[in-house]
Design a protein around this ligand. Structure first.
Ligand SMILES: Nc1nc2c(ncn2[C@@H]2O[C@H](COP(=O)(O)OP(=O)(O)OP(=O)(O)O)[C@@H](O)[C@H]2O)c(=O)[nH]1
Ligand SMILES: [Mg+2]
Length: 194
């Protein structure tokens, strides 16, 4: 049985940077959105880590291409649902709230909130990696995490959700809160030695 940990999220939030950090494999990282175009899968120990293309805006991508990426992610999750041990939804903690406000101002459901609900509705075990936390000053980090959680229907303080929410900085290699969550899920897997 091959269990998977899938990294999902909007373009440019740092999925591939996190993938490198977790697997040691050099996935392509870029300053512009739309760097990863196909799912990239790497085995570490007993599990596969999957780096997905970004959902949402992509550089050079037409609306049709964006829809294709969205479909690819949805289809991937549907066909692999039984093997997905953990779906890690990555957000840019520093811009998540502004972007969500902007969408709501236009009367639209913010894409990242829709995605969170979609993954949960599929019955997946979903974890939120609030990346780029280094871009928020230390003093404001707890408040930002509270607000982010609240938007995803988790009542503050965010510290009561540390089994599903992890503030991280993939770029700085500060991903321990997420490693702890992954570690707990892996230790609950039946041993494959028999
Ligand atoms: N400040 C900061 N920047 C980060 C962090 N993680 C990633 N970045 C930067 O964000 C940019 C995008 O990183 P990627 O890892 O390529 O993002 P991605 O989500 O894989 O993007 P796509 O493949 O286009 O969907 C790069 O410039 C990274 O260096 C972080 O924790 N903090
Ligand atoms: Mg990428």
């Amino acid at each position: 049985m091959s269990k998977e940990i899938v990294l999902i999220g909007r373009s440019n939030v740092g999925k591939s940077t996190l993938f490198r950090e977790l697997t040691g494999k050099k996935a392509r990282v870029g300053k512009r959105p739309g760097i990863t175009l196909y799912p990239l899968k790497v085995k570490v120990g007993d599990v596969f880590y999957v780096d997905m293309p970004g959902y949402g805006f992509m550089l050079r991508a037409s609306k049709a291409d964006q829809e294709k990426t969205k479909d690819l992610i949805v289809q991937y999750c549907e066909t692999h649902a039984a093997d997905i041990l953990l779906a890690v939804q990555i957000i840019d903690a520093a811009s998540f709230l502004d972007i969500a406000d902007r969408w709501e101002g236009r009367g639209e459901v913010p894409f990242e909130i829709e995605l969170w609900e979609f993954l949960k509705d599929m019955g997946l075990d979903v974890v939120l990696a609030a990346n780029k936390i280094d871009r928020i000053t230390k003093l404001d980090q707890d408040k930002a995490m509270d607000l982010i959680c609240e938007r995803l229907d988790m009542l503050p303080p965010w510290t009561q959700w540390t089994d599903v929410v992890a503030p991280i900085s993939a770029k700085r290699g500060q991903v321990d809160p997420l490693r702890r969550i992954i570690g707990r899920r892996l230790s609950s897997l039946p041993s494959v030695t028999g």
